[in-house]
Write a protein that binds this ligand. Structure first.
Ligand SMILES: Cc1cc2nc3c(=O)[nH]c(=O)nc-3n(C[C@H](O)[C@H](O)[C@H](O)COP(=O)(O)OP(=O)(O)OC[C@H]3O[C@@H](n4cnc5c(N)ncnc54)[C@H](O)[C@@H]3O)c2cc1C
Ligand SMILES: NC(=O)c1ccc[n+]([C@@H]2O[C@H](COP(=O)([O-])OP(=O)(O)OC[C@H]3O[C@@H](n4cnc5c(N)ncnc54)[C@H](O)[C@@H]3O)[C@@H](O)[C@H]2O)c1
Length: 484
Protein backbone atom coordinates (compact mmCIF):
# COMPACT_ATOMS: atom_id res chain seq x y z
CA UNK A 1 0.00 0.00 0.00
CA UNK A 2 1.36 3.48 -0.84
CA UNK A 3 1.88 5.80 2.15
CA UNK A 4 -0.55 8.39 0.78
CA UNK A 5 -3.25 8.68 -1.86
CA UNK A 6 -2.07 12.12 -2.97
CA UNK A 7 1.34 13.73 -2.42
CA UNK A 8 1.30 17.45 -3.24
CA UNK A 9 4.64 19.21 -3.82
CA UNK A 10 4.22 22.90 -3.03
CA UNK A 11 1.74 24.77 -0.84
CA UNK A 12 1.10 27.79 -3.07
CA UNK A 13 -2.25 28.70 -4.60
CA UNK A 14 -2.32 25.57 -6.78
CA UNK A 15 -1.09 22.98 -4.27
CA UNK A 16 -3.30 24.29 -1.48
CA UNK A 17 -6.46 24.04 -3.59
CA UNK A 18 -5.67 20.49 -4.66
CA UNK A 19 -4.77 19.40 -1.11
CA UNK A 20 -7.93 20.91 0.39
CA UNK A 21 -10.26 19.30 -2.15
CA UNK A 22 -8.53 15.91 -1.94
CA UNK A 23 -8.61 15.90 1.88
CA UNK A 24 -12.25 17.03 1.92
CA UNK A 25 -13.08 14.08 -0.34
CA UNK A 26 -11.58 11.73 2.27
CA UNK A 27 -8.23 10.97 0.62
CA UNK A 28 -4.99 10.61 2.55
CA UNK A 29 -2.94 13.68 1.57
CA UNK A 30 0.66 14.74 2.21
CA UNK A 31 1.25 18.45 1.54
CA UNK A 32 4.95 19.23 1.22
CA UNK A 33 6.31 22.79 1.37
CA UNK A 34 9.92 23.84 1.81
CA UNK A 35 9.28 27.58 2.13
CA UNK A 36 6.37 29.67 3.37
CA UNK A 37 2.84 28.28 3.28
CA UNK A 38 0.82 30.19 0.69
CA UNK A 39 3.67 30.37 -1.82
CA UNK A 40 4.27 33.36 -4.06
CA UNK A 41 0.77 34.81 -4.26
CA UNK A 42 0.42 35.33 -0.52
CA UNK A 43 4.01 36.10 0.44
CA UNK A 44 5.80 37.66 -2.54
CA UNK A 45 3.21 38.22 -5.26
CA UNK A 46 -0.45 39.18 -5.55
CA UNK A 47 -1.12 40.12 -1.92
CA UNK A 48 1.91 42.35 -1.14
CA UNK A 49 1.80 43.93 -4.60
CA UNK A 50 -1.89 44.81 -4.35
CA UNK A 51 -1.45 46.03 -0.77
CA UNK A 52 1.40 48.31 -1.87
CA UNK A 53 -0.67 49.55 -4.82
CA UNK A 54 -3.55 50.35 -2.46
CA UNK A 55 -1.26 52.62 -0.43
CA UNK A 56 0.07 54.21 -3.62
CA UNK A 57 -3.44 54.80 -4.99
CA UNK A 58 -4.46 56.44 -1.70
CA UNK A 59 -1.54 58.87 -2.07
CA UNK A 60 -2.51 59.60 -5.68
CA UNK A 61 -6.14 60.13 -4.71
CA UNK A 62 -5.05 62.69 -2.08
CA UNK A 63 -2.89 64.50 -4.67
CA UNK A 64 -5.69 64.79 -7.22
CA UNK A 65 -8.61 65.44 -4.85
CA UNK A 66 -8.59 69.09 -5.97
CA UNK A 67 -10.32 68.02 -9.18
CA UNK A 68 -13.35 67.46 -6.96
CA UNK A 69 -12.91 70.74 -5.09
CA UNK A 70 -11.07 69.23 -2.13
CA UNK A 71 -7.68 70.78 -1.46
CA UNK A 72 -5.34 68.60 0.60
CA UNK A 73 -1.69 69.08 1.54
CA UNK A 74 0.75 66.81 -0.32
CA UNK A 75 0.53 63.35 1.28
CA UNK A 76 3.30 62.32 3.65
CA UNK A 77 4.50 58.78 2.94
CA UNK A 78 5.29 56.87 6.13
CA UNK A 79 7.26 53.98 4.61
CA UNK A 80 7.28 51.96 7.84
CA UNK A 81 3.51 52.26 8.10
CA UNK A 82 3.09 51.33 4.42
CA UNK A 83 5.25 48.24 5.01
CA UNK A 84 3.20 47.42 8.11
CA UNK A 85 0.03 47.62 5.97
CA UNK A 86 1.58 45.25 3.38
CA UNK A 87 2.74 42.77 6.03
CA UNK A 88 -0.59 43.14 7.84
CA UNK A 89 -2.49 42.14 4.69
CA UNK A 90 -0.32 39.02 4.39
CA UNK A 91 -0.78 38.19 8.08
CA UNK A 92 -4.56 38.62 7.82
CA UNK A 93 -4.84 36.13 4.93
CA UNK A 94 -2.12 33.71 6.14
CA UNK A 95 -4.36 31.61 8.46
CA UNK A 96 -6.33 30.41 5.38
CA UNK A 97 -3.12 28.92 3.96
CA UNK A 98 -1.52 27.82 7.23
CA UNK A 99 -0.17 24.40 8.17
CA UNK A 100 -2.61 24.38 11.12
CA UNK A 101 -5.60 24.82 8.81
CA UNK A 102 -4.46 22.08 6.46
CA UNK A 103 -3.73 19.73 9.37
CA UNK A 104 -7.25 20.41 10.62
CA UNK A 105 -8.53 19.35 7.17
CA UNK A 106 -6.71 16.03 7.65
CA UNK A 107 -3.57 16.65 5.54
CA UNK A 108 -0.13 15.65 6.73
CA UNK A 109 1.81 18.90 6.27
CA UNK A 110 5.54 18.34 5.87
CA UNK A 111 7.98 21.24 5.99
CA UNK A 112 10.74 19.93 3.72
CA UNK A 113 11.99 19.81 0.16
CA UNK A 114 10.66 16.98 -2.02
CA UNK A 115 12.28 15.18 -4.93
CA UNK A 116 11.53 12.01 -6.86
CA UNK A 117 13.22 8.73 -5.98
CA UNK A 118 11.12 6.58 -8.32
CA UNK A 119 7.97 6.92 -10.45
CA UNK A 120 5.88 6.22 -7.31
CA UNK A 121 8.08 7.59 -4.54
CA UNK A 122 9.48 10.87 -3.23
CA UNK A 123 12.15 11.69 -0.75
CA UNK A 124 10.87 14.22 1.75
CA UNK A 125 13.13 15.34 4.58
CA UNK A 126 15.10 12.09 4.57
CA UNK A 127 11.95 9.94 4.42
CA UNK A 128 10.78 7.78 1.50
CA UNK A 129 7.16 8.63 0.80
CA UNK A 130 5.25 6.43 -1.64
CA UNK A 131 2.14 7.75 -3.34
CA UNK A 132 -0.76 6.62 -5.46
CA UNK A 133 -0.79 10.03 -7.17
CA UNK A 134 1.59 12.95 -7.03
CA UNK A 135 0.69 16.53 -7.88
CA UNK A 136 3.60 18.82 -8.73
CA UNK A 137 2.66 22.37 -7.74
CA UNK A 138 6.17 23.78 -7.25
CA UNK A 139 5.43 27.11 -9.00
CA UNK A 140 7.85 29.47 -10.70
CA UNK A 141 10.58 31.85 -9.67
CA UNK A 142 11.87 35.09 -11.21
CA UNK A 143 13.71 34.57 -14.47
CA UNK A 144 17.33 35.68 -14.21
CA UNK A 145 18.36 37.63 -17.31
CA UNK A 146 21.80 37.07 -18.72
CA UNK A 147 23.25 40.57 -18.32
CA UNK A 148 26.95 41.31 -18.06
CA UNK A 149 27.78 42.75 -14.64
CA UNK A 150 24.70 41.43 -12.84
CA UNK A 151 26.86 39.41 -10.45
CA UNK A 152 28.60 42.58 -9.29
CA UNK A 153 25.55 44.70 -8.38
CA UNK A 154 22.71 44.36 -5.89
CA UNK A 155 19.34 43.57 -7.46
CA UNK A 156 15.82 42.91 -6.30
CA UNK A 157 13.08 40.55 -7.37
CA UNK A 158 9.52 40.18 -6.16
CA UNK A 159 10.96 37.96 -3.40
CA UNK A 160 12.95 40.82 -1.83
CA UNK A 161 11.23 44.01 -3.02
CA UNK A 162 8.61 44.09 -0.28
CA UNK A 163 11.21 43.90 2.48
CA UNK A 164 13.03 47.17 1.72
CA UNK A 165 13.54 49.10 4.96
CA UNK A 166 13.75 52.41 3.05
CA UNK A 167 11.94 53.53 -0.10
CA UNK A 168 14.16 53.33 -3.19
CA UNK A 169 15.46 56.73 -4.29
CA UNK A 170 15.42 55.75 -7.94
CA UNK A 171 14.06 52.32 -8.85
CA UNK A 172 15.18 50.99 -12.22
CA UNK A 173 12.80 48.25 -13.35
CA UNK A 174 13.85 45.78 -15.98
CA UNK A 175 10.74 44.49 -17.76
CA UNK A 176 7.48 46.22 -18.62
CA UNK A 177 5.13 43.29 -17.98
CA UNK A 178 2.51 43.22 -15.22
CA UNK A 179 5.06 43.04 -12.39
CA UNK A 180 7.15 45.88 -13.82
CA UNK A 181 4.16 48.14 -14.51
CA UNK A 182 2.37 47.55 -11.22
CA UNK A 183 5.53 48.11 -9.22
CA UNK A 184 6.48 51.15 -11.33
CA UNK A 185 3.23 52.90 -10.50
CA UNK A 186 3.24 51.80 -6.86
CA UNK A 187 6.72 53.22 -6.25
CA UNK A 188 6.22 56.37 -8.35
CA UNK A 189 3.04 57.22 -6.42
CA UNK A 190 4.90 56.56 -3.16
CA UNK A 191 7.43 59.22 -4.08
CA UNK A 192 10.27 57.25 -5.76
CA UNK A 193 11.83 58.04 -9.11
CA UNK A 194 11.10 55.12 -11.43
CA UNK A 195 12.51 54.13 -14.83
CA UNK A 196 11.15 51.11 -16.71
CA UNK A 197 13.44 49.52 -19.31
CA UNK A 198 11.59 47.28 -21.75
CA UNK A 199 13.49 45.40 -24.45
CA UNK A 200 10.41 44.83 -26.67
CA UNK A 201 9.14 47.75 -28.79
CA UNK A 202 6.36 48.36 -26.25
CA UNK A 203 5.54 47.72 -22.62
CA UNK A 204 2.73 45.15 -22.15
CA UNK A 205 3.42 44.08 -25.72
CA UNK A 206 0.79 41.34 -25.69
CA UNK A 207 -2.04 43.74 -24.87
CA UNK A 208 -4.12 45.99 -27.16
CA UNK A 209 -1.77 48.83 -28.25
CA UNK A 210 -4.54 51.45 -28.05
CA UNK A 211 -5.22 50.59 -24.40
CA UNK A 212 -1.50 50.33 -23.64
CA UNK A 213 -1.04 53.86 -25.00
CA UNK A 214 -3.58 55.13 -22.45
CA UNK A 215 -1.89 53.22 -19.65
CA UNK A 216 1.57 54.52 -20.64
CA UNK A 217 0.22 58.07 -20.53
CA UNK A 218 -1.34 57.51 -17.09
CA UNK A 219 1.92 56.10 -15.70
CA UNK A 220 3.88 58.99 -17.20
CA UNK A 221 1.58 61.39 -15.36
CA UNK A 222 2.61 59.58 -12.17
CA UNK A 223 6.23 60.30 -13.07
CA UNK A 224 7.30 56.91 -14.49
CA UNK A 225 9.99 57.19 -17.19
CA UNK A 226 9.97 54.61 -19.99
CA UNK A 227 12.79 53.35 -22.17
CA UNK A 228 11.10 50.99 -24.63
CA UNK A 229 12.57 49.00 -27.48
CA UNK A 230 16.09 49.23 -26.15
CA UNK A 231 18.20 46.46 -24.66
CA UNK A 232 20.19 46.64 -21.47
CA UNK A 233 23.73 45.70 -22.39
CA UNK A 234 25.36 45.80 -18.95
CA UNK A 235 24.95 46.89 -15.38
CA UNK A 236 27.68 48.48 -13.26
CA UNK A 237 27.92 49.29 -9.59
CA UNK A 238 27.48 52.94 -8.66
CA UNK A 239 29.63 53.99 -5.73
CA UNK A 240 28.21 56.58 -3.32
CA UNK A 241 30.20 59.81 -3.61
CA UNK A 242 29.30 60.91 -0.08
CA UNK A 243 27.70 59.42 3.02
CA UNK A 244 24.52 61.35 2.19
CA UNK A 245 24.28 59.75 -1.26
CA UNK A 246 23.00 56.22 -1.82
CA UNK A 247 25.11 53.70 -3.69
CA UNK A 248 23.36 51.94 -6.51
CA UNK A 249 23.41 50.64 -10.03
CA UNK A 250 24.09 52.08 -13.47
CA UNK A 251 22.12 50.55 -16.33
CA UNK A 252 24.00 50.76 -19.65
CA UNK A 253 21.66 50.65 -22.64
CA UNK A 254 22.33 49.51 -26.19
CA UNK A 255 21.96 53.09 -27.48
CA UNK A 256 24.86 54.12 -25.24
CA UNK A 257 22.79 55.92 -22.62
CA UNK A 258 23.42 55.30 -18.92
CA UNK A 259 20.78 55.42 -16.21
CA UNK A 260 21.93 55.68 -12.61
CA UNK A 261 19.54 54.39 -9.97
CA UNK A 262 19.60 53.31 -6.34
CA UNK A 263 17.87 49.95 -6.90
CA UNK A 264 17.37 47.49 -9.75
CA UNK A 265 14.23 45.33 -9.91
CA UNK A 266 14.32 42.31 -12.22
CA UNK A 267 10.85 41.62 -13.66
CA UNK A 268 11.52 39.90 -16.97
CA UNK A 269 9.29 36.86 -16.59
CA UNK A 270 9.14 33.57 -14.71
CA UNK A 271 11.03 30.26 -14.80
CA UNK A 272 9.50 26.96 -13.62
CA UNK A 273 10.97 25.59 -10.37
CA UNK A 274 12.17 22.32 -11.91
CA UNK A 275 15.62 22.21 -10.34
CA UNK A 276 16.02 19.71 -7.53
CA UNK A 277 12.84 17.73 -8.28
CA UNK A 278 14.89 14.96 -9.94
CA UNK A 279 12.18 14.46 -12.53
CA UNK A 280 14.22 11.84 -14.37
CA UNK A 281 13.99 9.52 -11.34
CA UNK A 282 10.21 9.98 -11.42
CA UNK A 283 10.01 9.46 -15.19
CA UNK A 284 8.37 12.86 -15.48
CA UNK A 285 8.98 14.73 -18.74
CA UNK A 286 9.67 18.43 -18.70
CA UNK A 287 10.03 21.28 -21.17
CA UNK A 288 11.82 24.56 -20.66
CA UNK A 289 8.44 26.00 -19.64
CA UNK A 290 7.54 23.39 -17.01
CA UNK A 291 6.17 19.88 -16.50
CA UNK A 292 4.95 18.46 -19.81
CA UNK A 293 1.29 17.55 -19.34
CA UNK A 294 -1.68 16.64 -21.46
CA UNK A 295 -4.63 19.01 -21.49
CA UNK A 296 -6.05 17.16 -18.45
CA UNK A 297 -2.84 18.16 -16.58
CA UNK A 298 -1.58 14.56 -16.34
CA UNK A 299 2.13 14.05 -17.00
CA UNK A 300 2.78 12.90 -20.55
CA UNK A 301 5.16 10.19 -19.28
CA UNK A 302 4.14 9.13 -15.75
CA UNK A 303 0.43 8.37 -15.34
CA UNK A 304 0.67 8.68 -11.54
CA UNK A 305 1.77 12.33 -11.80
CA UNK A 306 -0.14 15.56 -12.47
CA UNK A 307 1.05 19.19 -12.53
CA UNK A 308 -0.84 22.37 -11.64
CA UNK A 309 -0.27 26.12 -11.37
CA UNK A 310 2.67 28.05 -12.80
CA UNK A 311 4.77 24.91 -13.32
CA UNK A 312 2.25 23.08 -15.53
CA UNK A 313 2.94 23.20 -19.27
CA UNK A 314 -0.20 21.70 -20.87
CA UNK A 315 0.46 20.61 -24.43
CA UNK A 316 -0.38 23.12 -27.10
CA UNK A 317 -1.35 25.96 -24.76
CA UNK A 318 1.56 26.35 -22.32
CA UNK A 319 1.74 27.75 -18.82
CA UNK A 320 -0.07 30.80 -17.45
CA UNK A 321 1.15 32.41 -14.24
CA UNK A 322 -2.03 33.55 -12.50
CA UNK A 323 -3.60 32.58 -9.21
CA UNK A 324 -6.99 32.17 -10.90
CA UNK A 325 -5.33 29.70 -13.31
CA UNK A 326 -4.07 27.77 -10.27
CA UNK A 327 -7.66 27.43 -9.06
CA UNK A 328 -8.89 26.57 -12.56
CA UNK A 329 -6.25 23.83 -12.65
CA UNK A 330 -7.42 22.52 -9.27
CA UNK A 331 -10.94 22.23 -10.69
CA UNK A 332 -9.64 20.34 -13.72
CA UNK A 333 -7.73 18.00 -11.41
CA UNK A 334 -10.84 17.19 -9.38
CA UNK A 335 -12.51 16.03 -12.56
CA UNK A 336 -9.53 14.37 -14.25
CA UNK A 337 -7.52 12.92 -11.34
CA UNK A 338 -10.13 12.32 -8.65
CA UNK A 339 -13.32 11.58 -10.62
CA UNK A 340 -11.52 10.25 -13.71
CA UNK A 341 -13.96 12.05 -15.99
CA UNK A 342 -12.97 11.83 -19.62
CA UNK A 343 -12.70 14.91 -21.86
CA UNK A 344 -11.57 17.16 -19.00
CA UNK A 345 -9.32 19.79 -20.50
CA UNK A 346 -7.73 23.07 -19.50
CA UNK A 347 -9.01 25.88 -21.68
CA UNK A 348 -7.81 29.49 -21.53
CA UNK A 349 -10.32 30.90 -24.04
CA UNK A 350 -12.14 32.89 -21.34
CA UNK A 351 -9.13 33.58 -19.12
CA UNK A 352 -9.02 37.13 -17.76
CA UNK A 353 -5.78 39.09 -17.36
CA UNK A 354 -5.75 42.24 -15.27
CA UNK A 355 -2.87 44.62 -14.65
CA UNK A 356 -3.77 46.31 -11.37
CA UNK A 357 -2.49 49.75 -12.19
CA UNK A 358 -4.77 52.78 -12.01
CA UNK A 359 -6.46 52.76 -14.47
CA UNK A 360 -6.53 48.96 -14.66
CA UNK A 361 -5.84 47.14 -17.91
CA UNK A 362 -8.06 44.14 -18.68
CA UNK A 363 -8.03 41.61 -21.46
CA UNK A 364 -10.34 38.61 -21.74
CA UNK A 365 -10.24 36.44 -24.84
CA UNK A 366 -8.46 37.50 -28.00
CA UNK A 367 -6.89 40.83 -28.83
CA UNK A 368 -7.17 42.04 -32.43
CA UNK A 369 -3.55 41.01 -33.11
CA UNK A 370 -4.16 37.52 -31.71
CA UNK A 371 -7.33 37.09 -33.79
CA UNK A 372 -5.47 38.22 -36.93
CA UNK A 373 -2.64 35.81 -36.14
CA UNK A 374 -5.23 33.02 -35.99
CA UNK A 375 -6.48 34.04 -39.44
CA UNK A 376 -9.96 35.02 -38.23
CA UNK A 377 -11.52 37.20 -40.90
CA UNK A 378 -14.25 39.89 -40.86
CA UNK A 379 -13.15 41.29 -37.51
CA UNK A 380 -15.24 44.14 -36.11
CA UNK A 381 -14.41 46.44 -33.22
CA UNK A 382 -17.04 48.06 -31.00
CA UNK A 383 -15.80 50.76 -28.64
CA UNK A 384 -17.13 52.97 -25.91
CA UNK A 385 -15.10 55.72 -24.32
CA UNK A 386 -15.17 56.28 -20.57
CA UNK A 387 -15.37 59.99 -21.45
CA UNK A 388 -19.03 59.22 -22.19
CA UNK A 389 -19.72 57.25 -19.05
CA UNK A 390 -21.74 59.15 -16.43
CA UNK A 391 -20.07 57.51 -13.43
CA UNK A 392 -16.57 58.22 -14.74
CA UNK A 393 -17.59 61.86 -15.35
CA UNK A 394 -19.18 62.19 -11.90
CA UNK A 395 -15.99 60.93 -10.30
CA UNK A 396 -13.78 63.18 -12.40
CA UNK A 397 -12.01 60.22 -14.04
CA UNK A 398 -13.36 60.09 -17.60
CA UNK A 399 -10.36 58.14 -18.93
CA UNK A 400 -10.08 54.85 -20.76
CA UNK A 401 -12.11 52.78 -23.14
CA UNK A 402 -13.94 49.47 -23.64
CA UNK A 403 -13.03 47.62 -26.84
CA UNK A 404 -15.06 44.58 -27.90
CA UNK A 405 -13.70 42.41 -30.69
CA UNK A 406 -16.33 40.57 -32.75
CA UNK A 407 -16.08 38.09 -35.58
CA UNK A 408 -17.85 38.56 -38.90
CA UNK A 409 -21.08 37.16 -37.43
CA UNK A 410 -21.05 39.53 -34.46
CA UNK A 411 -19.85 36.95 -31.93
CA UNK A 412 -17.65 38.17 -29.11
CA UNK A 413 -14.01 37.07 -29.48
CA UNK A 414 -12.39 39.27 -26.87
CA UNK A 415 -12.79 42.28 -24.64
CA UNK A 416 -10.18 44.83 -23.60
CA UNK A 417 -10.72 47.63 -21.11
CA UNK A 418 -8.69 50.44 -19.67
CA UNK A 419 -10.58 52.08 -16.81
CA UNK A 420 -10.38 52.66 -13.08
CA UNK A 421 -11.13 49.30 -11.36
CA UNK A 422 -11.72 47.68 -14.77
CA UNK A 423 -10.82 44.29 -13.23
CA UNK A 424 -14.31 44.25 -11.75
CA UNK A 425 -15.69 43.97 -15.32
CA UNK A 426 -13.44 41.05 -16.27
CA UNK A 427 -15.75 38.42 -14.75
CA UNK A 428 -18.66 39.62 -16.90
CA UNK A 429 -16.61 39.14 -20.09
CA UNK A 430 -15.29 35.80 -18.82
CA UNK A 431 -18.86 34.60 -18.37
CA UNK A 432 -19.84 35.82 -21.84
CA UNK A 433 -16.90 34.07 -23.52
CA UNK A 434 -16.88 30.97 -21.29
CA UNK A 435 -20.60 30.31 -21.82
CA UNK A 436 -20.51 31.54 -25.43
CA UNK A 437 -23.32 33.99 -24.73
CA UNK A 438 -24.52 36.11 -27.65
CA UNK A 439 -23.52 39.77 -27.69
CA UNK A 440 -27.21 40.63 -27.26
CA UNK A 441 -26.94 39.24 -23.68
CA UNK A 442 -24.53 42.05 -22.83
CA UNK A 443 -26.36 44.70 -24.87
CA UNK A 444 -29.68 43.81 -23.22
CA UNK A 445 -28.37 43.47 -19.68
CA UNK A 446 -29.97 45.73 -17.08
CA UNK A 447 -27.04 47.26 -15.26
CA UNK A 448 -27.31 49.54 -12.26
CA UNK A 449 -26.94 53.23 -13.11
CA UNK A 450 -24.42 54.82 -12.88
CA UNK A 451 -21.65 52.22 -13.16
CA UNK A 452 -18.48 51.99 -15.22
CA UNK A 453 -19.66 48.62 -16.53
CA UNK A 454 -22.34 50.46 -18.51
CA UNK A 455 -19.52 51.38 -20.92
CA UNK A 456 -19.30 47.67 -21.83
CA UNK A 457 -23.03 47.49 -22.43
CA UNK A 458 -22.89 50.63 -24.58
CA UNK A 459 -20.03 49.16 -26.63
CA UNK A 460 -22.16 46.05 -27.25
CA UNK A 461 -25.22 48.15 -28.07
CA UNK A 462 -23.16 50.03 -30.68
CA UNK A 463 -23.19 46.80 -32.65
CA UNK A 464 -26.99 46.83 -32.92
CA UNK A 465 -27.50 50.58 -33.30
CA UNK A 466 -27.19 50.72 -37.13
CA UNK A 467 -29.64 47.80 -37.48
CA UNK A 468 -32.07 49.31 -34.98
CA UNK A 469 -32.10 52.66 -36.72
CA UNK A 470 -32.19 51.30 -40.28
CA UNK A 471 -34.77 52.70 -42.77
CA UNK A 472 -36.55 49.33 -42.70
CA UNK A 473 -37.03 49.41 -38.93
CA UNK A 474 -38.07 53.07 -39.05
CA UNK A 475 -40.65 52.24 -41.68
CA UNK A 476 -41.97 49.32 -39.60
CA UNK A 477 -42.34 51.60 -36.56
CA UNK A 478 -44.16 54.23 -38.55
CA UNK A 479 -46.61 51.58 -39.76
CA UNK A 480 -47.05 50.12 -36.29
CA UNK A 481 -47.88 53.55 -34.84
CA UNK A 482 -51.27 53.32 -36.56
CA UNK A 483 -52.26 50.28 -34.53
CA UNK A 484 -54.57 51.04 -31.61
C1 LIG B 1 4.77 40.25 -7.92
C2 LIG B 1 3.70 39.29 -8.40
C3 LIG B 1 2.39 39.71 -8.44
C4 LIG B 1 1.41 38.83 -8.87
N1 LIG B 1 0.11 39.29 -8.93
C5 LIG B 1 -0.86 38.46 -9.36
C6 LIG B 1 -2.20 38.90 -9.39
O1 LIG B 1 -2.52 40.04 -9.02
N2 LIG B 1 -3.15 38.04 -9.82
C7 LIG B 1 -2.84 36.77 -10.24
O2 LIG B 1 -3.74 36.03 -10.62
N3 LIG B 1 -1.56 36.32 -10.21
C8 LIG B 1 -0.57 37.14 -9.77
N4 LIG B 1 0.72 36.69 -9.72
C9 LIG B 1 0.99 35.28 -10.12
C10 LIG B 1 0.69 34.32 -8.97
O3 LIG B 1 1.38 34.75 -7.82
C11 LIG B 1 1.14 32.91 -9.36
O4 LIG B 1 0.52 32.55 -10.56
C12 LIG B 1 0.72 31.91 -8.29
O5 LIG B 1 1.30 32.24 -7.05
C13 LIG B 1 1.19 30.50 -8.71
O6 LIG B 1 0.85 29.59 -7.71
P1 LIG B 1 1.56 28.17 -7.67
O7 LIG B 1 0.89 27.43 -6.54
O8 LIG B 1 1.61 27.55 -8.99
O9 LIG B 1 3.08 28.47 -7.28
P2 LIG B 1 3.76 29.13 -5.99
O10 LIG B 1 2.88 30.14 -5.36
O11 LIG B 1 5.10 29.57 -6.43
O12 LIG B 1 3.90 27.92 -4.96
C14 LIG B 1 4.79 26.87 -5.16
C15 LIG B 1 5.35 26.44 -3.83
O13 LIG B 1 6.10 25.24 -4.01
C16 LIG B 1 7.18 25.25 -3.13
N5 LIG B 1 8.18 24.32 -3.66
C17 LIG B 1 8.86 24.40 -4.83
N6 LIG B 1 9.63 23.32 -5.01
C18 LIG B 1 9.46 22.53 -3.93
C19 LIG B 1 10.00 21.29 -3.53
N7 LIG B 1 10.86 20.62 -4.31
N8 LIG B 1 9.62 20.76 -2.35
C20 LIG B 1 8.74 21.42 -1.56
N9 LIG B 1 8.19 22.61 -1.89
C21 LIG B 1 8.54 23.16 -3.06
C22 LIG B 1 7.64 26.70 -3.13
O14 LIG B 1 8.36 26.99 -1.94
C23 LIG B 1 6.31 27.45 -3.22
O15 LIG B 1 5.84 27.85 -1.95
C24 LIG B 1 1.73 37.51 -9.26
C25 LIG B 1 3.06 37.08 -9.20
C26 LIG B 1 4.04 37.95 -8.78
C27 LIG B 1 5.45 37.46 -8.70
N1 LIG C 1 -1.93 41.39 -12.24
C1 LIG C 1 -1.56 40.14 -12.42
O1 LIG C 1 -2.36 39.23 -12.63
C2 LIG C 1 -0.11 39.80 -12.35
C3 LIG C 1 0.78 40.68 -11.74
C4 LIG C 1 2.12 40.32 -11.73
C5 LIG C 1 2.52 39.13 -12.28
N2 LIG C 1 1.63 38.31 -12.86
C6 LIG C 1 2.06 37.05 -13.49
O2 LIG C 1 3.45 36.89 -13.35
C7 LIG C 1 4.04 36.75 -14.64
C8 LIG C 1 5.40 37.34 -14.64
O3 LIG C 1 5.35 38.76 -14.70
P1 LIG C 1 6.52 39.58 -15.35
O4 LIG C 1 6.04 40.99 -15.48
O5 LIG C 1 7.80 39.31 -14.64
O6 LIG C 1 6.73 38.85 -16.73
P2 LIG C 1 6.19 39.00 -18.23
O7 LIG C 1 6.81 37.89 -18.96
O8 LIG C 1 4.73 39.14 -18.27
O9 LIG C 1 6.83 40.40 -18.70
C9 LIG C 1 8.23 40.56 -18.73
C10 LIG C 1 8.59 41.73 -19.61
O10 LIG C 1 10.00 41.86 -19.58
C11 LIG C 1 10.48 42.09 -20.87
N3 LIG C 1 11.86 41.63 -20.92
C12 LIG C 1 12.33 40.37 -20.97
N4 LIG C 1 13.68 40.34 -20.95
C13 LIG C 1 14.08 41.63 -20.87
C14 LIG C 1 15.35 42.26 -20.79
N5 LIG C 1 16.48 41.57 -20.77
N6 LIG C 1 15.39 43.62 -20.72
C15 LIG C 1 14.26 44.33 -20.71
N7 LIG C 1 13.03 43.79 -20.79
C16 LIG C 1 12.93 42.46 -20.85
C17 LIG C 1 9.54 41.31 -21.77
O11 LIG C 1 9.55 41.82 -23.09
C18 LIG C 1 8.20 41.53 -21.07
O12 LIG C 1 7.55 42.69 -21.50
C19 LIG C 1 3.07 37.44 -15.57
O13 LIG C 1 3.17 36.99 -16.89
C20 LIG C 1 1.74 37.11 -14.97
O14 LIG C 1 1.32 35.86 -15.46
C21 LIG C 1 0.32 38.63 -12.91
Amino acid sequence: MPDVDVAVIGAGAAGLSVAAISANLGLKVALIERGRMGGDCLNYGCVPSKALLAAAHAAAEARRADRLGIRLPPPEIDWDAVRAHVQGAIARIAPNDSAERFRSLGCEVIHASAHFLAPDALEVGGRRLTFRRCVIAAGSSPLMPDIPGLDGVPWLTNETLFELAEPPGHLIILGGGPIGLEMAQAHARLGCLVTVIEAAPSIAAREDPALVAGLREALRRDGVEFREGVKLTAVEPLEARSTAEAAGVVAVLADGSRIAGTHLLLAVGRAPRLAGLDLAAGNVAMTKHGIATRRDLRSTTNTRVWAVGDIADPEGIGPRAFTHVASQHAGVLVRSMLFRLPFTRVDYAALPRVTYTDPELVQVGLTEAEAQAQGIGGLQLRRWSLAENDRAIAEGRPEGEVRLLLDGKGRLLGAGVLAPRAGEMAGMFGLMLGRRLPLSALAGMVLPYPTLAEAAKRAAAEHYAPKLLSPLVKRAVSLLKHLP
